[in-house]
Design a binder for this molecule. Structure first.
Ligand code: GLC
Length: 520
C-alpha cells in the first residue's frame, strides 16, 4: 500500500540543544525531549525533526559531522535515541534526523585520512584541486561567509573546497565510494526505526567537474547567488538528482516508507519542483520562496499557486515559515503582533500538504536579541551575515528565570527570551492564548481538512486571501482595514479574533482570519 503518512501531517522541528535540558549542563538533550513528549502529543504533531544529533566538534553546531553512525555525547547516546524513537512511536509520532551529506567536519576520520597524502585511499572523498597558475585558489568560488571557498593544505600542496566554514570540507560526490558510504548511513538509521531525514544543503552535493568560475549573480534568476556570484557551478548541478533517485529507492524499500525532506535552497519554484522528480526523488522539498515571501495575500497566495501548479502528480508541498537559519515568522512576518501570528498559523495549518512548525512557533515565540559576547553561531555571526542565534534560544516553558529549560541557577548555552511575555505554562491554561489557538487549528487540520490536497483560490477583496481547503473555506485579511466578504455569511468554525464555535460572519476585522463552512 502506498502509505504517505506525511501528506497532511504536522512535523515539528526541534533544535535539540535548546528544547529541554535533562542533566543541568545548560544544553538541551535527548532525554530532555523524551520527558516532554507528552506535550507534543497534547499539541497534536505527527512527527519531529531533530536538528543534528551526530558527533561533531560543533564549529557549526552539528552541521559539521565527525561520525555519521552515532550520537553526540553531549546530547545523549544511541540508547537514548532508540528510547526516544520508541517513546515517540507509543504516542503516534515519528522521528526524523538531520543528515548532512554535502560536507563533513575536517575532524571526520575520512578527512583526516584524505589530508594525509595525495595517495591516500580517501583522498578522493573530498574536492581537492591544484592552485591557479598564480598560486591562488583554483577558481572564484566564495564560501558562506564571503571568503574564498578554498583552503590551502601545505602538507599535500593542494586546496580543499569548503562551501561553508573552513572546518566543513565538501565531499566529492563524483566518487562512487561516497555514494556507498551514504547508502550505508541511510540504512543504518532506517534499520533503527528512523522515519526519514531532513537533508542539509540538498541542492548542493555535486560541484562542476571542471570547477569552472561562477558567473556574476543573475539578480532574480533561478539559482540565487552569494556575494555577487551566481551559484551555478559550486552547487545546483543536475547530477544531484541521481542521488535522490537512488535514496528514494532505498527509502521506498522500507515499510512504512521512509521520508526524504530536502533543504532545497533554491529561489525558483520550477527548480524546487525538480527535486520531486517524477515522484521518484525527494517526497518533500522545503519551499524558500514561500519562507521569504512578503506577509501579504498576494505574495503568499501567488507562491502557493505557483507551487501547486509546478509539483508533479502526487507531489506533496511542504509549508514552513521559521527555522534555525532564517529566524522566526513571528518576528519576520508579524513584527511580534499576536494577531498576525494567529493569522499566519491559521494559513499555515490549512494549506494542503505537510506543515513543519519550528519549536516555539506554537506559542508565538519571537527572535531574541543575543548580545555579541554571547554569540554561538560563528558561521552566521560574521560581518557578512547576521548571527542565527536569534532563533536558537531556549524553549520558553514557564516564567521562571531559566524558563523551565534547565535546572534553577544553571546558565543556558544561549540566553533565554522574554519568558514573562511568552511561555508554554501560562498559555496552556488560557483558552484564548496563541498556544490554545494553535492546538485547536491542529485538531481541526486532523479532523477536517487533513491537508487533503484540495486547494482553490477564491475571489475576494483586495488584501484578502480566500481559498477552499478540503471542505472548508478560509478567508484571511492581510490588511489594516476591515474587509467585506462576497456571498452569504460564513459559518465560522475558528477565527483569529476569538469567535468560537459556529457564528455567522460576512466581514473580517483587520488581520482577522477565519476557517468556515458555507451557510446553506
Ligand atoms: C544548512 C543548515 C545550516 C548550516 C548549513 C551548513 O543550511 O540549515 O544551519 O549552517 O547548512 O551545513
Amino acid at each position: 500500500m502506498d502509505r504517505r503518512w506525511w501528506q497532511g501531517a504536522t512535523l515539528y522541528q526541534l533544535y535539540v540543544r535548546s528544547w529541554q535540558d535533562s542533566d543541568g549542563d545548560g544544553y538541551g538533550d535527548l532525554r530532555g525531549i523524551i520527558g516532554r513528549l507528552d506535550y507534543l502529543e497534547w499539541l497534536g504533531v505527527d512527527g519531529i525533526w531533530l536538528s543534528p544529533t551526530m558527533p561533531s566538534p560543533d564549529h557549526d553546531w552539528g552541521y559539521d559531522v565527525s561520525d555519521y553512525l552515532s550520537v553526540h555525547p553531549e546530547l545523549g547516546s544511541l540508547d537514548d535515541l532508540d528510547a526516544l524513537v520508541s517513546s515517540a512511536r507509543e504516542r503516534g509520532m515519528r522521528v526524523l534526523l538531520d543528515l548532512v551529506p554535502n560536507h563533513t567536519s575536517t575532524w571526520h576520520p575520512w578527512f583526516i585520512e584524505s589530508a594525509a597524502s595525495k595517495q591516500n585511499g580517501k583522498r578522493d572523498y573530498y574536492v581537492w584541486a591544484d592552485p591557479a597558475p598564480d598560486g591562488g585558489p583554483p577558481n572564484n568560488w566564495l564560501d558562506f561567509t564571503g571568503q574564498p571557498a578554498w583552503q590551502w593544505d601545505a602538507g599535500t600542496g593542494q586546496y580543499y573546497l569548503h562551501n561553508f566554514l573552513t572546518e566543513q570540507a565538501d565531499l566529492n560526490w563524483w566518487n562512487p565510494a561516497v555514494h556507498e558510504e551514504f547508502r550505508r548511513i541511510l540504512r543504518f538509521w532506517f534499520d533503527r526505526g528512523i522515519a526519514g531525514f531532513r537533508i542539509d544543503v540538498a541542492h548542493g552535493l555535486y560541484k562542476d567537474a571542471q570547477l569552472r568560475d561562477n558567473p556574476p549573480a543573475d539578480a532574480g534568476g533561478p539559482l540565487g547567488g552569494r556575494f555577487g556570484l551566481g551559484a551555478v557551478y559550486n552547487e545546483n548541478r543536475p547530477e544531484v538528482h541521481g542521488v535522490y533517485r537512488d535514496w528514494r529507492s532505498i527509502a521506498d524499500g522500507y515499510d512504512p516508507r521512509r521520508l526524504l525532506l530536502g533543504e532545497t535552497w533554491v529561489g525558483n519554484i520550477a527548480r524546487l519542483a525538480s527535486f520531486y522528480g517524477q515522484d521518484d526523488e525527494l517526497q518533500l522539498a522545503f519551499n524558500f520562496p514561500f519562507v521569504f515571501a512578503g506577509f501579504s495575500a498576494e505574495d503568499l497566495g501567488s507562491v502557493v499557486a505557483a507551487t501547486l501548479e509546478a509539483l508533479p502528480a502526487g507531489g506533496c508541498p511542504v509549508w514552513t515559515a521559521s527555522n534555525h537559519d532564517v529566524g522566526r515568522f513571528a518576528t519576520r512576518w508579524c513584527g511580534g503582533d499576536p494577531a498576525k501570528v494567529r493569522l499566519a498559523l491559521l494559513v499555515l495549518t490549512t494549506l494542503p500538504g505537510t506543515l513543519v512548525l519550528y519549536y516555539g512557533d506554537e506559542v508565538g515565540m519571537t527572535d531574541v536579541t543575543v548580545p555579541a559576547e554571547l554569540t554561538r553561531d560563528t558561521l552566521g555571526g560574521n560581518s557578512a551575515r547576521p548571527s542565527r542565534d536569534r532563533a536558537r534560544t531556549p524553549m520558553q516553558w514557564d516564567d521562571s528565570p531559566t524558563g523551565g529549560f534547565t535546572a534553577p541557577g544553571v546558565v543556558s548555552w544561549l540566553p533565554i527570551g522574554d519568558v514573562a511575555r511568552c511561555n508554554v505554562a501560562a498559555q496552556r491554561d488560557d483558552p484564548a492564548s496563541v498556544l490554545s489557538f494553535c492546538r485547536d487549528l491542529l485538531r481541526l487540520r486532523r479532523e477536517r481538512s487533513g491537508g487533503s490536497g484540495r486547494y482553490e483560490r477564491l475571489p475576494g477583496p483586495a488584501g484578502v486571501w480566500r481559498y477552499a481547503a478540503g471542505d472548508l473555506e478560509v478567508a484571511a485579511n492581510f490588511g489594516d482595514r476591515p474587509a467585506t466578504l462576497p456571498g452569504p455569511a460564513l459559518e465560522v468554525l475558528v477565527s483569529t479574533a476569538g469567535k468560537r464555535g459556529q457564528s455567522e460572519s460576512a466581514s473580517l476585522a483587520p488581520w482577522e482570519g477565519v476557517i468556515a463552512v458555507r451557510s446553506r
